[in-house]
Write a protein that binds this ligand. Sequence first.
Ligand code: ISL
Length: 573
Amino acid sequence: QVEKTWWKEAIVYQIYPASFSDSNGDGLGDVRGIINKVPYIKSLGVNTIWLSPIYASPQKDMGYDVSDYRSIHAPYGTVEDVQELIDLLHANDIRLLMDLVVNHTSDEHAWFKESRSSKTNPKRDWYIWRDPKYDARGQRKEPNNWASIFGGPAWQFDEHTGQYYLALFLPSQPDLNWESEDMRRAAHDDMRFWLDRGVDGFRIDSMNLMSKHPDLPDGKIINEEPYQSGAEFFASGPRMHDYIREMRTKVFDKYNIMTVGELGFTKDENSVREYVAKDRHELNMLFTGDIVDMDFGVEAKYGRNDFHPRKIRHLTNLWQEAMPKFDGWNTVYLDNHDSGRSITRYASDAPEYRASSAKMLATYLTTLSGTPFLLAGQEIGMANLGKEYGAEAYIDVEGKNYYNKVLKARGGEVGQMGDVLRELQLKARDHGRLPMQWDSSANAGFTTASEPWMIVNKDYTEWNVESQLDNPGSVMGYWKEMIAMRKKMADLFVYGSYVALSEEDTGEMVLGYERVSQTGQKAVVLLNFSDAEQKVLKQFEHLTLLFSNQDESCVGDGEVVLQPFGAVVLYSA
Ligand code: ISL
């Protein structure tokens, strides 16, 4: 029997603050913009918001580089505005999760400025400083061979004190040293600052990178590159669980909050168990990330690796079946701000399939065990930037760094970059950060400025909130119904057990599973991940049609025929 709690019943709507709604016409979204849209958010039926970082930041990584955890990036608003948002959300029974980015800070954070000022500064050990190494020719070298996740070395030399600091992401995002108790205490205080203001939990960024192997050994050499991942020495390191437990006992347990950790690199069942098994008292849930990586290349994200429904069957079964073994809890998601939109990558945004695809994926997200997360815009079927956009449309640092690296290796021949552009068109982080498409007016009603901070996808004239608002047959109408159904039938869809259907039951291109409640209600979910009609091999007698994105006529006599990207939910009481 699964224990009931509010965070299991949460349906989370992720807002990327720069791109949601601009209230003051400067081309950038802001807190007031979110406040203005609370009635809209409420109308969807979602009951929780995850807000990507809004803290003071030089924005080298869109706010994931925080320079002060207790103040707000001025163009977004003020702490008072955020308090108003929290109170308004609570008055509407909506909870707010903030992004907690404490693996690293910005190099403009006061802590880092002090730390870098001298070797004897009391905050020197709040970051990870090491002496240089020297090669046989006496050339200065990094303390080890680790690569930055965004490209280049993970170490940055600081002339002032003659040492290197570790920065696993951008050079301007130095990693904090969680071994320092003073540093941990300061971070805990900053967490309390927000929890005391009523924040209902955190999505913990790069959660499992906070504990590095104390010896910082060289990473295993896996290719010809000058720098190697090294993740085996910084992901889920030796003290990681101590840090989480300390956060829990010293901070989180004093509040009724929800925690979701972003888990990178160590995604095996046992690692996952250690973070979310109920008896471990660590986190409520995790993003294992593998579901957004299904088409990532083997070595690099932008390497070619096509999606196949078999992959989503494998990962869905893996985590749906694993969690109950240790009383853990899943997240269910397909999109976030770090990649392309799932509709383009795992289904289809071609005009004839777009609405069906969006609804089929919505069916997936709302009928599994776990807490669903949707990225703003998903509820109207927002898709990636179209193929007509060239490399210059992509402004995010991750994709740009990769593009420029390959371009350099190919001698600057732009004409030879077609394969890389194809990968950007699928997976670049820009797609998940496109301005929200509110209506068909200029710049999709996102801003009144003539120049929004980033490109607005030109499909907005057709795909926008306004055109779907009063249309029950629209993608948004479907989302609203699915969300309402999940809430109404929580015993089945939230708390029911999961039973996989095999490829032999469904056919290769169809994902199928059953949900079964304590009282014996049953739902069968069948999702066609292809653009061809699929006849489901297994027969389903004594079940009636509960929900579908397609014409009812395709279900009869226990036989189900799915239209392209069709979704069918069958039911028996
Ligand atoms: O973005 C990724 C793949 O495209 C991931 O490798 C990502 O860098 C990793 O999951 C960590 O992401 C988080 O921390 C980063 C930030 O840039 C991301 O936006 C955030 O989600 C550094 O804070």
